[in-house]
Write a protein that binds this ligand. Sequence first.
Ligand SMILES: [Zn+2]
Length: 326
Amino acid sequence: MNGKHKQPKTLQDAVIFYANPDNCLDYMVNIRWPEGVTCPTCGRTDVVFLANQRKWQCKSVHAKRQFSAKVGTIFEDSPISLEKWLVAVWMLSNCRNGVSSYEIGRTIGVTQKSAWFMMHRIRLAMQRGSFMKMGGNGGEIEADETFIGGKARNMHAATRARRIPFPGKKDDKTIAFGILERGKEIRTMVIKDRTRDTVLPLIREHVQTGTAVYTDDMSGYRSMDDEFFHGVVDHANKYVDGRIHTNGLENFWSLLKRGISGTYVAVEPFHLFRYLDEQSFRYNSRGTKKNPTSEHKRFDLAMSGIVGKRLTYAGLTGKNGEEATF
Ligand SMILES: [Zn+2]
């Protein structure tokens, strides 16, 4: 953001600052069109601002001639105002252990159900593609998996089958897999099982050959020695080698589980990857102990992911118009 405005520092500041629709619009224009507003349909730059509608109009005659700052973002087609959206993004970016849809709903004045849907769109903005391999240069990697959920719910079999990320899987326990480079970055994903065929290709995809990789002695991690410097945690004798442990990931999992069981009403296996994205986003944007990331910077980081992504209700629930159960 440019220096035009005072940047909010706390949630309280943000609630006041973004209650002003002009501040919201300025912010959106700055991140979307730093070089000037352009028509999303044809790219014309001499668009006309319609101040009373807070929209722009393109001078060429084509469909979607009038457009708002929400077009082409996760906010598109949402009747909820930017004032509410920006505060919701702020809350989800900055609440350390997550925040419930009830709390967001109360703060911004929407129903819990609307807040729940908003939060999933925001998680989509937080999702990051992985570009570079981790490790190398003496970096140390931890790889570990954990089971999440498994609460049998009274769900119709067909519904359940659809919600489970890997059809044919008998239970609704979901496995989360994480790769963490110490002092740097975490990447998380949902995996279908813990076999070598599943985990090894993921480690290969995300980690540079020759890097130190620490895991437990689960069989899926065997026979990695040719490609990685593989250290196996000896749970019987934890202190054999102080560096070989997966404590970083274990802490991450316990935070995640605390968030899911304490803050969220329930998490369907179908949606687990979005909670992983949310928790990974906060982890990766934490900054350092000496120099923790400011709330505004985290907000900026989340907002930098809003463009070019859409999440429809059907896409979210797995079926047209089906209601989420919580
Ligand atoms: Zn145009």
